[in-house]
Design a binder for this molecule. Structure first.
Ligand code: TRP
Length: 343
């Protein structure tokens, strides 16, 4: 990790978040959580929130939201996020996020937000009907990060643009209010290239909770038999595995399974290819299933245990929020002074 802004001299801090989608999957695990855990072990203060404020930018069911937050938190912990080391909390329980988001809405420019591709994707054709919150979503994300003066943000490729916006907002704030060095310019920590986990049914689509086919993803709550069955049924092509990674370029499903194997084994696609070159999927899939079950079973077991003990999750979330507030509280107080609010 490198220094992010020459004038910022505060401590390194890590922040990331995921939406409470009601159950996380292999893509979240290999694409994000594994990285969160690795960063946690480096000793910087880590803040891992469940972004329920972001969740309401799209139509949602209020009756399901609290459990969706608990499930996401359980998945973080089951994946190895240690609540003793990292603050695990619901975004909405630290009100400073929303307060800073408002101030940042007055710093960010309309033109900056109009360039955000995720809004265009999520709003679809009828963007006049999208909520204003969906439009300002990345401003709230900037507030999530900067309310902790976080220096590093583990995210997937698709969030790079939002991180750039966060830096633009931080820089503009410091320029407008003449407070150089107040915020760091947060850097994305992009997960390795092999960790973009695609659907098991379509190698060109990201593995997603919203895919109607449950066979398209491996959920962190799936048991061993289900995992093995889904891998067996995963889409492939008839050819054997090639002897070089480049030859996977136009074979998205094959590339995805090799990538999943490499990520689960903690190795590289090159190493996987070296081991399996010339073998067909009839041989490769059972090996992949075995590895997936071995790696995911402990996660699934811990997840199941936590889900059956919501009181424990609630204790973790309450403690995490308290710890988060001790950092965010003084920052938002300083920000209010900078912008000149009465107190
Ligand atoms: N927008 C992120 C995503 O879709 C989720 C998110 C919200 C986030 N706030 C954040 C990620 C702050 C990193 C930091 O994945």
């Amino acid at each position: 990790m490198t220094d992010t802004a020459p004038t910022y001299s505060g401590p390194q801090r890590i922040l990331s978040g995921m939406q409470p989608t009601g159950g996380l999957h292999l893509g979240n695990y290999l694409g994000a959580l594994v990285n969160w855990v690795a960063l946690q072990e480096r000793g910087a203060a880590c803040f891992y929130c469940v972004v329920d404020l972001h969740a309401i930018t799209m139509p949602h069911n209020p009756a399901e939201l609290p459990d969706a937050v608990r499930k996401a938190a359980a998945a973080y912990i089951a994946s190895g996020v240690d609540p003793e080391k990292s603050a695990v909390f619901a975004q909405s329980s630290v009100t400073a996020h929303a307060e800073l988001a408002w101030i940042f809405q007055c710093v960010a420019r309309l033109g900056w937000l109009e360039r955000m591709t995720q809004f265009k994707d999520k709003a679809g054709k009828d963007k006049e009907r999208a909520s204003v919150g969906l439009f300002t979503y990345p401003v709230l994300q900037a507030a999530d990060i900067l309310v902790y003066k976080a220096t590093h943000v583990p995210v997937g490729e698709d969030q790079k643009q939002h991180l750039e916006l966060s830096r633009d907002i931080a820089a503009r704030f410091m320029r407008d209010f003449d407070c150089d060095g107040f915020f760091p310019l947060p850097e994305p920590v992009i997960q390795g290239a092999g960790t973009r986990i695609m659907s098991l049914k379509d190698g060109l689509k990201k593995m997603s909770k919203s895919d109607p086919s449950d066979l398209s993803r491996i959920n962190l709550s799936d048991d061993a038999d289900t995992i093995a069955r889904k891998i067996k049924k995963a889409k492939t092509d008839p050819a054997a595995l090639p002897d070089n990674v480049e030859a996977l370029a136009d074979r998205p499903e094959a590339a995805n399974l090799v990538g999943i194997y490499a990520a689960l084994a903690g190795s590289s696609k090159e190493q996987v290819i070296a081991e399996f070159a010339g073998q067909g999927f009839g041989a490769f899939k059972p090996k992949l299933a075995e590895l997936a079950v071995e790696r995911l079973a402990p996660v699934a077991n811990e997840y199941a245990r936590l889900i059956n003990d919501p009181a424990e999750i609630d204790r973790v979330l309450a403690k995490g929020a308290e710890r988060a507030r001790t950092v965010a509280g003084p920052v938002i107080a300083e920000v209010k002074d900078v912008v000149g609010f009465w107190r």
